[in-house]
Design a binder for this molecule. Structure first.
Ligand code: 5GP
Ligand code: ZN
Length: 114
């Protein structure tokens, strides 16, 4: 069985609440939401994190941002505002080693993050 948690979610070996899917990208609800809207948008390609991104991934990352925009609209946080976050490495608290963009919204978000 696939070791990477998010690859298992992509392969539907693990349950998740999916909100968007295409050939390259999956978006699903975070299991431990930190805001009324908290989704994870991930590439289907297994990329461990930002530090492993290559030139060839440019288009994929652009597509993820456009999916984020579309979902923000669907989730009604487009006008009031939302945050798109990628944690990279231990100091940022990256827990899952499969690149993921957090989309957070639905409440006033503090800055700077803790
Ligand atoms: P990170 O800390 O790596 O940036 O974020 C990992 C995120 O994945 C966390 O917000 C955590 O709640 C979420 N997460 C961890 N395991 C699962 C899971 O099995 N299903 C879902 N939907 N989210 C998960
Ligand atoms: Zn993976």
């Amino acid at each position: 069985m696939e070791k990477c948690l998010f690859c298992r979610i992509i392969k539907k070996e693990m349950e998740s609440h999916i909100l968007y899917e295409d050939d390259d990208i999956l978006a699903f609800k975070d299991v431990n939401p930190q805001a009324p809207v908290h989704l994870l948008i991930i590439p289907k390609k297994h990329i461990p994190g930002v530090t492993e991104l290559e030139e060839e991934d440019k288009e994929l990352i652009g597509k993820i941002c456009l999916v984020a925009k579309r979902i923000a609209r669907e989730q009604s946080v487009y006008q009031c505002g939302f945050r798109l976050v990628v944690n990279s490495g231990p100091d940022a608290g990256q827990a899952v080693q499969h690149l993921h963009f957090h989309l957070l919204g639905g409440r006033k978000l503090g800055w700077p993050p803790g």
